[in-house]
Design a protein. Structure first.
Length: 104
């Protein structure tokens, strides 16, 4: 098992990586860093922990949507209203956390 030093949102981390998994891990790090940077740069969220949670939710949502796009046939009718509205979800999280910079 190798160790890689990576940087996410300006912070260095040493991560364990299985042999041959370097490119996948670096791609994951790049995705997380890009998502967190976009949230920080939007200027609405300052706390690092909140940025991390929002980035994780965004990435998890996209990941959850991918298998549906690959396996489900294209809908003939508009999508049902039960689809998750990511912006509404983020607003609900922001409302729940208010000005609390600590998640736990």
């Amino acid at each position: 098992m190798k160790q890689l030093e990576v940087t996410i949102l300006g912070q260095s981390y040493i991560l364990a990586c299985p042999d041959g998994g370097e490119s996948s891990l670096l791609a994951a790090v790049a995705a997380v860093d890009t998502e967190m940077s976009a949230i920080r740069d939007a200027g609405k969220v300052k706390a690092r922990e909140r940025i991390a949670v929002l980035a994780a939710l965004n990435l998890a949502y996209r990941l959850a949507e991918q298998p549906l796009a690959r396996t489900a046939p294209a809908p003939a009718a508009p999508a049902p209203s039960s689809n998750v509205d990511l912006d509404a979800l983020v607003r609900r999280i922001d409302d729940a956390l208010q000005d609390d910079g600590l998640l736990l």
